[in-house]
Design a protein around this ligand. Structure first.
Ligand SMILES: Cc1ncc(COP(=O)(O)O)c(C=O)c1O
Length: 351
């Protein structure tokens, strides 16, 4: 082959990005922490109201931010819209990470933090959740003394589903005087704990939110990041001019307005989560406390065979053996109460 085209070393040496499962439509999707009820009908109607001009114009994201910001109680210059939280994380990596910089993680956590940090050749300082899935606050405070550049914290965390309290995060932010703390609140609506109110008085904080979970818009790809206006300005400087499609912006706004849909969905999930956890307990399966719309469980040695048997029956759950270094750990998305009963019935003969 003639000619030599050289990618950056970090990409040449990286593993291929993991293939995600496809052909999931119509199955009982308990594997991706999506909203299993779909999105608000009012949000879908907003898409149908768009006309040909809306489709032919480049999207006006700053106008959209002006309209969305009051729903979050922030000013437009403290907020960015992004193509899902994934895109916000890439942007944060673009602005704050490069070779020689350091990233603090408490793992297992959302894998995209490590993915983007690795692509920027940042060094990872990895702490671990303990066997009870407790957050190692003291270790984090100690690690912050060495002033890593960025600390990514999913709260609630994926895949453990645990929550770090507001006071503990304040302690972290106080200790992180030279570290940017990214609090990823993808599952905020289920926990109610947020650091959003802190962005105005702290320059070392970014909060991320998504429309993929509670709003049921994972397919549209829209999320947002919030920060002190000086930090938000840096992120906006690195952002492409049209990162979000006009349909995504229009639908997200309608979804935010439909508070009844969101309240009902959360109510259903909290109820169904109890059914799931109690049912698993009756089957002798260990679960860990959840502040989100999913539950981490330990099936032990039965894990791999149960996952494949369920898949053959059209029920998808997420294997987490890679994250924990041994088979048995599984993440189960909470669906409706009826779906949880169906899942438990299918599981019973397998464990
Ligand atoms: C903690 C966490 N952050 C971010 C995301 C991705 O969100 P988005 O769909 O907005 O990119 C997920 C998705 O599972 C997640 O679990």
């Amino acid at each position: 082959m003639r000619g030599q085209i050289n990618p950056r070393r970090a990409i040449a040496e990286a593993e291929d990005s993991p293939a995600m499962l496809e052909n999931r439509k119509g199955k009982l999707r308990l594997d991706m922490n999506e909203n299993v009820l779909g999105c608000s009908p009012k949000a879908r109607a907003a898409l149908l109201r768009l006309d040909a001009e809306d489709f032919s114009m480049y999207p006006e994201k700053e106008n959209a931010v002006e309209r969305l910001a009051p729903h979050f109680g922030v000013h437009a210059d403290e907020m960015l819209v992004t193509c899902g939280i994934d895109d916000a994380l890439r942007l944060i990596a673009d602005v704050f990470l490069e070779r020689g910089r350091r990233v603090l993680l408490v793992e297992p956590t959302f894998p995209m933090y490590r993915f983007y940090a690795g692509q920027r050749e940042a060094r990872i300082i990895s702490l671990r959740y303990d066997s009870g899935m407790n957050f190692p606050l003291r270790d984090v405070l100690t690690a912050l003394r060495s002033a890593p550049d960025v600390f990514f914290l999913a709260n609630p965390n994926n895949p453990t589903a645990g929550l770090v309290g507001q006071r503990e995060i304040e302690e972290i932010l106080d200790a992180a005087q030279q570290t940017l703390v990214v609090v990823d609140e993808a599952y905020f609506e289920f926990s109610g704990v947020t650091m959003l109110r802190e962005i105005r008085r702290r320059r070392n904080l970014i909060v991320t939110r998504t429309f993929s979970k509670t709003s049921g818009l994972a397919g549209l790809r829209i999320g947002c990041a919030f920060a002190h206006r000086e930090i938000a300005k840096l992120l906006k400087r690195a952002q492409a001019p049209f990162p979000i499609s006009a349909p995504a912006l229009a639908v997200a706004e309608a979804a935010l307005k439909d508070k009844v849909f969101v309240r009902r969905y959360i109510g259903e999930i909290l109820q169904a989560r109890k059914i799931l956890i109690n049912g698993l307990g009756r089957l002798g399966i260990r679960t860990f406390p959840s502040a989100a719309n999913f539950v981490l469980v330990d099936f032990g040695a039965r894990g791999p065979s149960a996952i494949s048997a369920l898949r053959r029956r059209g029920i998808l759950i997420r294997d987490q053996s890679g994250a924990f270094g041994r088979p048995g750990f599984v993440r189960i998305t909470v669906g409706t109460s009826a779906q949880m009963r169906r899942f438990l019935k299918a599981l019973e003969p397998l464990v």
